[in-house]
Design a binder for this molecule. Structure first.
Ligand SMILES: Nc1nc2c(ncn2[C@@H]2O[C@H](COP(=O)(O)OP(=O)(O)OP(=O)(O)O)[C@@H](O)[C@H]2O)c(=O)[nH]1
Ligand SMILES: [Mg+2]
Length: 747
């Protein structure tokens, strides 16, 4: 009964913080949460922690986690099952309709010129460093091709993997952002190129944003999401390393994440929990990605064929369209019919055989009416800004020019008053550097022109009378400014080109009908920021994109780029609080490296011989020599910290007392004693000699020979293709040990 009530409650009240049906502990936690939220000085991480504590996991999320077993194993039975799966079951997943599809390295890029041709649809995997991107790419295909390390910063380039044979999808393993063990400049370079790639790549179908399940959403992840949203890229969150998080905790985290992310419009699907390393929850992701593969069927000359190339597909599609158009024209020429032109044009545009459709529909009811054509209006040529988000640019302009809207209205009015062709919409494509050149002109006449800039400006002034020139130079924007706004500015002559970061601060001459033109300034090479990257007041108020540089101010004229870069670098090097965490994850790898033994010290070290009844023998170099040969007694006898040589030699306790401890002996004396002892016991008490790990030449040779034999055999098998080389594969290919299998396993 209690379980029933609980289930009903869980379903009906998902994460409702105000519910009455809670235990006192939960109520206390919620109270703490509200208190922390009300206090603005509380660290956001603490609020997040409290939020997770007091959240109620959604039932469907809990169910999904339970069914897919992505969370941390908690029972011995599950642990055994997982161990068995990983050890004995071969991993050959079906992806893109192929079993264990091939992963072929296409290219690794860190520059635009190195990018491959856009032949395949691409899915990029991005996320913070060490979030498991390369591992996910590997395990999607069931392979170990991409480079994986425990240290953050293992992938330093954009790695393009062609997946499948024939290749049907391109997986792009992006370098991570946030903390990484790499030089500062390198990190900046790869981060910038990654951002550019995401923004500019046309065939990028989706970005998988990987979030470490142990950490949840970090500020840099939020930045990345807002970046993706801003540039209209479809994205999806994949929560990795779920095998490290307890199920209930994971469910809570996912529920909160879903709630937070549901506001974004470019989120293609809900956050997906996976554990790449334990191979759980990957099927759902494979299904999602399989829908994006390139495979199109074309029937040509009665032969059906598949095309796995987007460029080829486009070419074929165009050829097909051309052919159809040609046929239609030929048909029309053969039997001409009076056809409504507009109607036909519509059909052509939509590419639908709507004529037939209309005929069919005509038998059922009234035929669709063709809307009456309006008289053609004069179409004004308008240059639309390159930016997708016009409002953002407007806001940006308004922040620079407080009276922007008025100016714009005035400009468009004057444009329509004059011939209508000269003045177009503004275009900020050239203002990406955040710097403008401002020229002051009198109505219709340039006031003064400096020698170096003269040509360009003259062109501008001519363009007013020359319509052709206007179409060639669409970036130039002219608009009038009311003369009563200017108060005069010291040292500014009319016509003088002024480079400024804030044109609105340039005051005009009172009483003059002046004009300001914004001219494109060629962006310098390292200027990678667009006007879109500047922090707008609206963003600032909403708390977004705090890392973005604010608009340039008179206090920092010309420092825009330097400031931008400084802030950017600082922000992407953020979350240094995670360094300890990252180091904690890879303690061995990040330990300070041991200093190499100096060569002179090596020379000083005495090469210990071992003693046989025939005399000294040099110790063979190599791994495990102590195991094969036993320790030379002199070392043991002479070691100060070894209290009992018999113990060190692993001699049985009954011999302990009889052994010579050798304290204070010189090397030669110890050697002599050992040889004597060996000779004495060799025949009568062979066991005792063996237990003392005394070295025996024959044994050594026999062991070596058997090792060589095994090696030869293994090499022969590898050559015949009977087994893979490599440690893990050998284990997997071992025949099943039936006895070792648990009871519940299928035999
Ligand atoms: N337990 C667990 N560990 C994982 C999982 N996925 C990745 N790892 C481990 O996380 C570490 C980093 O994995 P990578 O795939 O190199 O991470 P990355 O995001 O490519 O890192 P960078 O290339 O440096 O940005 C490795 O030690 C992996 O074994 C997972 O699902 N579960
Ligand atoms: Mg990587």
């Amino acid at each position: 009964m209690f379980a029933l009530c609980r289930a009903r409650l869980l379903q009906e009240v998902p994460l409702s913080l105000g519910s009455r049906w809670t235990s006192s502990i939960v109520r206390r936690r919620r109270r703490a949460l509200f208190k922390a939220m009300a206090d603005s000085s509380t660290h956001p991480a603490k609020v997040q922690r409290l939020r997770e504590k007091s959240a109620r996991p959604a039932v469907d999320t809990l169910r999904y986690i339970f069914e897919t077993k992505v969370a941390r194993v908690q029972t011995q039975e599950d642990r055994k099952r997982l161990w068995y799966d990983l050890r004995y079951n071969r991993y050959a997943p079906s992806f893109l309709g192929q079993i264990k599809p091939q992963m072929k390295l296409w290219t690794a890029a860190l520059h635009e010129s190195q990018l491959p041709v856009a032949r395949l649809p691409e899915v990029a995997v991005c996320g913070r460093s060490n979030s498991g991107k390369s591992t996910l790419v590997n395990y999607l295909c069931g392979r170990h091709s991409a480079n994986v390390r425990r240290i953050p910063g293992s992938t330093t380039e954009l790695v393009f993997w062609k997946v499948g044979r024939p290749a049907q999808l391109c997986l792009v393993d992006l370098p991570g952002y946030g903390f990484a063990e790499a030089p500062e400049e390198k990190r900046l370079q790869w981060t910038e190129f990654t951002l550019w790639y995401i923004r500019a790549r046309k065939n990028l179908r989706r970005v998988l944003l990987l979030i470490d399940g142990r950490q949840g959403l970090k500020p840099s992840d939020r930045e990345m999401i807002s970046y993706l949203e801003r540039h209209d890229v479809a994205w999806q969150v994949v929560v990795t390393k779920c095998d490290k998080v307890v199920g209930k905790q994971l469910a809570k985290r996912l529920t909160i994440m879903k709630e937070d992310l549901s506001q974004f419009r470019k989120m293609a699907a809900d956050p997906l929990p996976v554990s790449a390393l334990k191979r759980h929850g990957m099927e759902a992701l494979r299904d999602v990605l399989s829908d994006m593969k390139v495979a199109k069927e074309f029937v040509k000359d009665g032969i059906r064929r598949r095309v796995y190339d987007m460029l080829e597909q486009k070419r074929l599609r165009n050829a097909e369209r051309r052919k159809r158009r040609k046929e239609r024209k030929a048909e029309e020429a053969a039997n001409p019919k009076p056809v409504d032109e507009a109607h036909e044009k519509e059909e052509e545009d939509e590419g639908i055989e709507s004529k037939d459709l209309h005929e069919i529909l005509g038998t059922w009811g009234p035929s669709p009416k063709v809307p009456a054509q309006e008289a053609p209006t004069e179409v004004r040529k308008v240059h639309v800004p390159d930016d997708r988000n016009t409002q953002r640019v407007d806001a940006f302009m308004a922040s620079l020019f407080p009276d922007f809207s008025e100016m714009r209205a005035g400009a468009s009015a004057s444009a329509s008053r004059s011939s209508g062709a000269e003045f177009s919409q503004y275009n900020l494509a050239g203002a990406s550097a955040g710097q403008f050149e401002v020229h002051l002109e009198e109505e219709g006449r340039l006031l003064s022109v400096p020698a170096d800039e003269g040509e360009a400006i003259e062109e501008d002034s001519e363009s007013e009378s020359d319509e052709e020139m206007d179409s060639v130079k669409p970036e130039v924007r002219h608009f009038e400014i009311k003369s009563d706004q200017g108060q005069g500015r010291q040292g500014l002559r009319p016509g003088q080109p002024v480079k400024t970061t804030k044109p609105s601060k340039i005051e005009l001459f009172p009483g003059q009908d002046s004009r300001v033109s914004l001219r494109r300034v060629r962006p310098q090479k390292d200027q990678l920021y667009s006007e879109d990257d500047v922090l707008s007041p609206a963003d600032y108020a909403a708390g977004f994109r705090r890392w973005a540089p604010s608009a340039p101010s008179p206090e920092q004229p010309g420092l825009f780029m330097a400031e931008a870069r400084r802030r950017y670098e600082r922000e992407w090097a953020t979350e240094l609080e995670d360094v300890d965490y990252a180091r904690g994850g890879a303690p061995d790898a990040l330990k300070p490296k041991k200093e190499k033994v100096r060569e002179d010290a090596q020379e000083k070290r005495v090469r210990m011989p071992f003693i046989t009844h025939k005399g000294d023998k040099p110790i063979l170099p190599g791994h495990g020599k102590w195991r094969v040969l036993g320790r030379p007694p002199s070392k043991i006898l002479k070691a100060k910290r070894t209290m009992d040589a018999a113990k060190a030699l692993n001699v049985k306790s009954r011999y302990k007392r009889k052994r010579n401890l050798g304290s204070g002996l010189e090397w030669d004396e110890a050697k002599e004693k050992w040889a004597n002892w060996y000779q004495k016991n060799r025949k009568s008490n062979w066991d005792r000699v063996q237990e003392a790990s005394s070295p025996k030449k024959e044994d050594v040779e026999a062991a070596f020979e058997s090792h060589q034999e095994r090696r030869r055999k293994r090499m022969a098998q590898t050559r015949q293709g009977m087994r893979h080389s490599g440690g893990r594969a050998r284990e997997v290919n071992k025949p099943r040990d039936e006895a070792a299998m648990p009871d519940w396993a299928e035999k």
